[in-house]
Design a protein around this ligand. Structure first.
Ligand code: EPZ
Length: 431
């Protein structure tokens, strides 16, 4: 397994292009199953998860072509064309679903268009059990027959799904996306109450609208969908990745450097940028994007709690914790979305951080002058990047292991950071 080697202590200075959003492109690719016409997606990031979703759709019978931008090292997103006119298999096998939980997002489209689906249960992952009960209960309310057999979800409906009112007992991005896609071809009106409002959910809803879906309430917690008989193909440009942008903003802050992010200085970043400004980070919009600066050096410890959008995103929690380890004073970080998303704490402590965990969901971080480099490893995508950020700021050498997690969600991270002066390299595993 490849590793990343970092010699920390260098303030980063430079420009970083921000790619299309991982958590938008995955549901949008699944949405191609809803029409026999071609869906063309642009600004597609080059990520392992995109490849996994492509392989899943291809085995369903989706005709898929990827147009890489030229030159090959261009940071412009790729273009994917997807056409589901000849779907010959409605099973999503365990060997693919276990690689990426978002595979479960083919369930709603397959059931609503083909009347059946057999999708492997995704199973848990490092950050929690991550059940899909809300997805299944919602589909049952729409008339689907759901059975669990041998680790698979077997869903079927005679005729079309029926629109209905669905109250989600807790906010779920994936359940909202699955039920939204199921509803666009259902008979009658579906009302999703307590729907997720994440920008990636809105991006999916906007694309479905362009494809001919009738959706109101996009971006609010009540979405109403009037089912139609047919969706059309279209071309759609994916929103930028707010989590990637937030991650590199932290890279500037934690190294006390200055980075210009090439992405819109958009309201999507409000929760993260408000937090960083409270810490003392300077954030100004530029013609090309937004400049993040901490060259003055003083970062204050500020409390933060993760919440559903528009609150502070859980996918930025680990990165912020890295920043707080060398901030001035104390910060309390509370994770409210996932039950086990503090595993990066132990690795940060190995680098000299002073962190105490309270009742599994809160961490008290007391700032120290400097972290010390160490060999570390992570168990999920965001914990991995947290350790890279800590390594950039630490004195000495840090080796981050299991970096396949990073490849799932960050396009060319080493290149982008090295271009800003980081002493960082990818080292291949000993043969
Ligand atoms: C999406 O995961 C994102 N993934 C996650 O990003 C993100 O952290 C999460 O939303 C929250 O914003 C993608 O979009 C591909 P949820 P998802 O359903 O949909 C519980 C990353 O690092 N729940 O909103 O799986 C669940 O256990 C990844 O990019 C149920 O109990 O998240 C969790 O505690 C990590 N039953 C909470 O709800 C269900 O049926 C929120 O989960 C569904 C969810």
């Amino acid at each position: 397994m490849d590793k990343i080697r970092i010699l920390g202590g260098v303030p980063l200075h430079g420009i970083i292009p921000i790619a299309g959003a991982k958590n938008a492109v995955l549901p949008l690719m699944a949405a191609s199953l809803l029409t026999e016409e071609t869906l063309t997606l642009s600004n597609v990031p080059r990520l392992m998860d995109v490849t996994t979703m492509a392989n899943l759709l291809i085995q369903h019978g989706v005709e898929l072509s990827m147009k890489r931008k030229t030159p090959a090292d261009s940071y412009d997103g790729d273009i994917i064309e997807l056409c589901s006119r000849s779907i010959n298999n409605t099973t999503a096998p365990y060997k693919l679903v276990r690689l990426m939980r978002a595979s479960v997002l083919v369930l709603g489209p397959l059931v609503t268009r083909f009347g059946q689906a057999r999708v492997s249960l995704p199973g848990g992952c490092a950050i929690g059990t991550r059940p899909v009960d809300l997805h299944l209960k919602g589909l049952e309310q729409m008339g689907a027959r759901i059975q669990l057999n041998g680790g698979y979800i077997e869903a079927s409906v005679r005729g079309r799904l029926k629109g209905t009112k669905i109250v989600l007992p807790q906010i779920s991005v994936g359940a909202t996306e699955n039920l939204l896609m199921a509803a666009v071809l259902a008979e009658g009106e579906t009302v999703l109450i307590n729907a997720a409002r994440e920008p990636e959910v809105c991006d999916l809803a906007h694309c479905l609208t362009v494809m001919g879906a009738k959706i109101s309430g996009i971006g609010t917690d009540v979405m109403s969908i009037n089912g139609v008989n047919h969706l059309y193909g279209t071309s759609y440009d994916i929103i930028f990745d707010r989590i990637e942008a937030g991650t590199y903003a932290i890279a500037a802050a934690i190294t006390r450097g200055e980075i210009e992010l090439l992405c819109p200085c958009s309201p999507l970043m409000r929760a993260v940028f408000t937090f960083l400004k409270k810490c003392g980070v300077q954030i100004v919009s530029t013609e090309r994007g937004v400049k993040i600066s901490a060259v003055h050096g003083d970062i204050m410890g500020i409390d933060v709690m993760t919440e559903p959008y528009p609150g502070f995103p859980t996918d930025m929690q680990a990165q912020v914790m890295a920043l707080m380890t060398t901030a001035r004073g104390v910060a309390m970080i509370t994770e409210t979305i996932f039950e086990n998303r503090l595993m990066h704490v132990q690795e940060l402590i190995r680098m000299g951080a002073q962190i105490d965990i309270h009742r599994t969901s809160s961490a008290i971080v007391r700032g120290v002058p400097k972290l010390s480099g160490a060999p570390v490893m992570a168990t999920d995508l965001r914990a991995s990047v947290c350790l890279v950020l800590a390594g950039l700021s630490a004195k000495g050498e840090t080796i981050v292991d299991r970096i396949y997690h990073l490849d799932r969600g960050y396009e060319r991270l080493v290149e982008k950071m090295a271009a800003c002066g980081a002493r960082i390299e990818r080292i291949s595993a000993e043969l």
